[in-house]
Design a protein around this ligand. Sequence first.
Ligand code: GDP
Length: 197
Amino acid sequence: MIIKSATFVVSNTKVSALPAPDRPEYAFIGRSNVGKSSLINMLVSQPGLAKTSQRPGKTQLINHFLINESWYIVDLPGYGYARVSKTSREKWEKFIRNYLTKRENLQCVFVLIDSRLEPQQIDLEFCCWLGECGIPFALVYTKADKQSGPKTDQNVAKFNKALKQWFEELPSFFITSSEKKQGKEMVLGFIDEVNQD
Ligand code: GDP
């Protein structure tokens, strides 16, 4: 897929104020600092579109970006930021769960996983919750340039093995590096296919 245009539409803290659900949308979520903003910027070839930052836990908004005037990328706030209070974590959960379970034009949630890490409980739990709710999702392994290919494959295999305890059919997955522009065509090709259905 060729990205001809990518524009910021709106930031929201309320699900009730989201843009009309009149176009397919794809949400991106993951632990804080997983490389979500970098991935979105890489996908649309626009370095400054989603903000990247060294400071985890900064994004607390649902950001909509309109792509090729026909579908949305949605940047969701990251989870698992150790330094937030229990109250703000609960607020986050309610807000995100509300969005994910109610958004009728949501086609797929891309769950970002740091490819350098062993399976993390919080990521597995989140995937299980999506599965239980019947929300379609795919996995995007990030920062693959940070270690060797075989090491990445090993971590992917471990994550899949852990998921197999709960899922009969494993989700699609993509290995990416925003630094090396790796995986862009695969992710965009997947979105293109879903959009054609
Ligand atoms: P977010 O909090 O999930 O949006 O993460 P960011 O996109 O802001 O990235 C967090 C940090 O990881 C930043 O310092 C990025 O430069 C770095 N980063 C993100 N993606 C990659 C990648 O593919 N490779 C490398 N080497 N670093 C990355």
